[in-house]
Design a protein around this ligand. Structure first.
Ligand code: BTN
Length: 250
């Protein structure tokens, strides 16, 4: 097994960039960067969020980074493993600052009912395998106010009252990512999945969701191996894709 991947070596830094994910994608398309390369920016003019949304943050207050991995031991149908990997790594990096979070399926990091980190994973597939993976992380670090259009954001500073060194937070995230990546390669998927499921936001609680434009009550039980959410409704377990379910209470 490869024990030698260093996440963050090299780290390519920018004051301003359109999107660290876009940069990482062009890098893997046009060259052969080291596995573990990190793209880190203070500000993004065209930050990307999930399902085609934007991700915006004021300059210098947020951790905006993308990590390039080459997880060639994973098949395309195992892509969700990377969501698990990044969610656990960010969660444990935050725990090292005494910030206790949950994972809102599929990969938002939440404190109570507020979002502190968004993750955007973009994979380059080759045949049935994964050639390159771009792990984009937007972690709210020193913000003390947010655009009113955002439903429920928070930051490390808002929950702890402390101002953090963003370079230090970046290094901590890299260390935890590296640890989990090696754990995945050595111990396999099941242990990571178990840890992820235990940390799921609203797990085992009856809550309200929107499915097919209808409000329903359900209880999150876990996920399938390909990352579908298992939701118990009226004694039956539904397996849902990301686009099939909305949380009514963010
Ligand atoms: C989400 O919508 O929750 C995902 C947000 C992901 C944002 C990060 S910031 C760094 C990286 N570059 C991007 O353009 N997006 C991701």
């Amino acid at each position: 097994m490869q024990r030698s991947i260093i996440i963050g070596r090299p780290t390519i830094t920018f004051d301003t960039i359109d999107s660290t994910n876009d940069y990482a994608i062009s890098l893997v398309s046009n060259s052969n960067p080291n596995e573990g390369t990190v793209i880190w920016a203070q500000y993004q003019s065209k930050g990307r969020g999930q399902i085609g949304s934007n991700w915006s943050a004021d300059p210098g207050v947020s951790l905006l980074m993308s990590v390039i991995l080459k997880p060639r031991f994973l098949m395309a149908y195992q892509q969700f493993t990377l969501n698990i990997l990044v969610s656990l790594a960010v969660r444990s990096a935050l725990a090292s600052y005494d910030i206790d979070t949950h994972i809102k399926w599929p990969n938002d990091i939440y404190i109570d009912r507020k979002k502190i980190c968004g993750i955007l994973i973009q994979n380059v597939l080759q045949g049935k395998g994964i050639k390159n993976a771009i792990l984009g992380i937007g972690l709210n670090v020193n913000q003390d106010h947010f655009d009113l259009s955002l439903p429920n954001p928070t930051s490390m500073r808002m929950v702890s009252g402390t101002v953090f060194d963003i370079a230090d937070v970046k290094s901590t995230v890299c260390i935890h990512l590296q640890e989990y990546y090696h754990r995945l390669m050595e111990d396999g998927f099941e242990l990571l999945k178990k840890e992820y499921v235990e940390l799921l936001y609203l797990k085992d609680e009856v809550s309200e969701y929107v499915i097919d434009e209808e409000v329903v009550k359900g209880k999150i039980l876990g996920i399938t191996d390909i990352g579908k959410l298992q939701l118990e409704m009226d004694g039956e377990v539904r397996k849902l894709n990301f686009r099939e379910l909305k949380y009514l209470h963010k």
